[in-house]
Design a protein around this ligand. Sequence first.
Ligand code: PHE
Length: 452
Amino acid sequence: MTDKTPSIHGQWSSRFAFILAATGSAVGLGNIWKFPYITGENGGGAFVLVYLICVLLIGIPIMIAEIMLGRRGQKNPIDTMQTLASQSKADPRWQYLGWMGIIAGFLILAYYSVIAGWSMAYVTKGFFGSFSGADATAIKSLFDGLMASPIQQIFWHSAFMVITMQVVMRGVQGGLEKTVRFLMPALFVILFLLIAYAMSSGAYQQGIHFLFNPDFSKINSSAVLTAMGHAFFTLSLGMGAIMVYGSYLPKDVSIAKTTFIIAGADTLVALLAGIAIFPLVFANNLEASAGPGLIFQTLPLAFGHMTGGWLFGFLFFILLFFAALTSSISLIEPAVAWLIENKNIDRKQACIWSGSACWALGVGVVLSFNAWSGFKLFGKNLFELLDYLTANLMLPLGGLGLAVFAGWVLSQKEAQQELALPEQGFQAWQLLIKYVAPGAVFLVFLHVVGVL
Ligand code: PHE
């Protein structure tokens, strides 16, 4: 990326810069922290299969649509939807889709930052040798200790939020490329290392079997909803993050090709994380359904027993922190872009306002793991509530709206002009965006509310 000063509306310097940023947004806690634990909670193989199908048939076409809309609109999600709706002589209320997205990003970041804080806490734990030689019980009590401490968690959550805001303040072009450029290869190396360890010291066969052997008796409509929601979450779809990034994309770049690269890398990281984690789960008689603490209770076991493990543990959690950071900046960027473009304030102020509000909500999330853990709505604590509301409801709903808009409202001539696909490719995309993706989301929703 060249070092142009960030303007109100920046632009990536190249296709590569965009791929890096969008992959940075996609690959994050969703792949390494969330995918394994929700897979564990939902019985494994069948859940993974549904998730993969959702990525292919819903995620990829919607990602193409979202980038395309962003590049056409050239603004933040709200104004993009407004502009495109008025150009298409459609209802101005399409802009509410942008609103919902900005709010979803904000709600996600509130808990995302807390979990990223956990990984920062584990960077220091790894470095100071807390994992070395520890058995499953010791590792579990290390995690429980962190959960029970609002002070520690608030400290790390605050640190993560401050760093996120610092990066976002510098604008779309500052520093991001360098981070992701080294992050991706390093992440792959360390995941392969963990897999090698899991192969030798874990119940490898059992782990693989759990992940890739679908047993459909283990899933129900709520698992299907979670898998579909996760396809949106992991690809950063349905809330405008990819749309804003798309608005910074140069005109001559092929949107479809780029999408395949991003979705491919994202899926690969999630599967590798699963392959590294589940053998350890079974070898140590841990619960696959341990919940949000899963990676924090399994991976340190590996680090604690391999040679040089303290170093790898330290590196792994640093990488996880960076992966979270390149996602968190995209969660808040739509809100920041909107504030700058509409409220006449500068980037710095926009970051401070949105960041502080998000931080405050995050403190509530921290407390939902300890002091307020008894406070539940619909049987869910604040963390679970925010996660369900955003990943399972708001993102798929946003994606459904985007699909309908891109397939039915926007003139298809314009869509094709922006996508520049070969005829057959365009027809395939149209089929998916008009019928398959919105139909699937709709059906899953119907099923969950029990109409079907
Ligand atoms: N895709 C990110 C992850 O997997 C999370 C995210 C969701 C980022 C939505 C931006 C928008 O961690």
